[in-house]
Design a protein around this ligand. Structure first.
Ligand code: MEV
Length: 439
């Protein structure tokens, strides 16, 4: 099919599936059945999922795994992780266990400020705009009162609004740069509603401001939107122990291990190609918790990587050092998370995950998530600087390859035993299974 589809959104779910199956699949019946096989038999639950987005035809599953034994600030947590990548949950669980016998994770929320901006164009005298802004600043607060009332009762609200001159970047470009505290909600709707009201107030007040010329009265608002860059919404997670306490299987020489580990982090600090992969490993853990708890992983990803490049060069989010015979490993990460509103109240499995975590506040969830990110980074660097990553990874991957074939329990056992002794590669496993089947 190589033509535009018109009126797709108006079709019923069944019609949408039929149309797609007919036009894109040679075996339309099988395609249709596959899509439907992912529907939930509980019609109400299915409807709930259908209504999360538009043009829904089915569900797209991600496995939900559990990483137990996260000792964070003296309290054990059992962490839900939604991810498709093999080894991630196992690595988190292994790192959590390791650190649970070495004092656990210490986490601290450094700050929780969110940011939003009204981007606008003003053709006129800067000093006049500044004094106009100073004069109407209280109006921004007053005219958003109906929006901020509930948030203020919860201890949040608008923290400050600044006028920012951006004319060095683009002629006539200014911003209202506002900061917010949104407590347990991620706050996107709250912030965007406030910003749109600020924009309205700005335009109206400018239009009726006697001190402005006719051109100056024509403030042109381009857009009003929160920023997912949250460099003042930071949580820190750390672990530390005596270097000698690092000794374990695969860590026979703890001093050498610690030195190699610190070296690996130092490389990620100075070398962007490595830093990106290093941080990707951290995000394996962070995203899994963010998804499981119904938070916006795209927002978190965007903000985290911008933060990693905040000094003009992309660098490691984590840091490691050896000091007075002690190994220290830490992570500073911006995480704008919510534990109320949005999917947290709608998605049954998301609710389950929050319950599993003991219904955390947003700040507690920031801390748990950061601990998982640090654990993931520890697990990756531990493998990379000792056995290499492939050994563990391919063992986990083996299962995924086996699952592509119809094998009996007995055959699975034979395959698994064989690949305990032999290197796992996709073709080696496929060949072995084919051989097994023909003999
Ligand atoms: C794989 O998903 C993540 C790693 O590449 C992270 C890293 O290299 O630090 C193992």
């Amino acid at each position: 099919m190589n033509e535009a589809i018109s009126g797709f959104s108006k079709l019923s779910k069944a019609e949408k599936i039929k149309l797609i199956a007919k036009h894109y699949f040679t075996d339309a019946g099988s395609a249709e059945n596959l899509v439907k096989s992912y529907w939930n038999s509980d019609e109400k639950l299915q409807q709930l999922h259908d209504e999360f987005i538009e043009n829904t035809i089915s569900n797209f599953y991600l496995p939900l795994g559990i990483a137990p034994n996260f000792l964070i600030n003296g309290k054990f947590h059992t962490v839900p992780m939604a991810t498709e990548e093999s080894s991630v949950v196992a690595a988190a669980a292994k790192a959590a266990k390791f650190w649970s016998t070495r004092g656990g994770f210490k986490t601290t929320v450094i700050n929780t400020e969110k940011i939003g901006q009204v981007h606008f164009m003003f053709k006129g005298a800067k000093d006049k705009l500044q004094s106009f802004f100073n004069m109407i600043k209280p109006d921004f607060f007053a005219e958003t009162q109906s929006i901020t009332k509930n948030m203020q009762q919860r201890g949040g609200g608008i923290l400050d609004i600044e006028l920012r001159d951006k004319t060095d970047l683009i002629d006539h470009y200014y911003q209202l740069h506002a900061t917010f505290e949104t407590k347990d909600s991620m706050g996107a709707n709250f912030i965007n509603s406030c910003l749109e009201q600020f924009a309205q107030t700005l335009k109206e007040k400018a239009n009726e401001h006697d001190g402005f010329s006719e051109t100056e009265k024509e403030v042109r608002v381009v857009m009003s939107i929160l920023s997912n860059y949250v460099p003042n919404c930071i949580v820190k997670a750390e672990v530390s122990c005596a270097v000698s306490d690092l000794q374990e299987k695969n860590i026979e020489n703890p001093q050498l291990f610690a030195e190699n580990f610190v070296q690996a982090v130092t490389i990620a600090k100075v070398e962007p190609f490595r830093a990106v992969t290093h941080n990707k490993g951290i995000m394996n853990g962070v995203d899994s918790v963010v998804v499981a708890t119904g938070n916006d992983f795209r927002a978190v990803e965007a903000g985290v990587h911008a933060y990693a490049a905040r000094n003009g060069r992309y660098t490691s989010l984590s840091d490691a050092r050896i000091e007075n015979g002690n190994f220290h490993f830490s992570l500073d990460i911006p995480l704008a998370l919510g534990t109320v509103g949005g999917l947290t109240t709608l998605h049954p499995l998301v609710k389950f995950c929050h319950q599993l975590l003991g219904k955390p506040s947003a700040q507690e969830l920031m801390q748990i998530t950061a601990a998982v990110g640090l654990a993931q980074n520890f697990a990756a660097l531990r493998s990379l600087t000792t056995t290499g990553i492939q050994q563990g990874h391919m063992k986990m991957h083996l299962n995924n390859i086996i699952n592509q074939f119809e094998v009996s329990a007995e055959e699975r056992d034979i395959i698994t035993k064989y690949f305990k002794q032999h290197a796992v590669s996709h073709s080696a496993v496929v060949d072995f299974i084919k051989n097994l089947k023909t003999n």
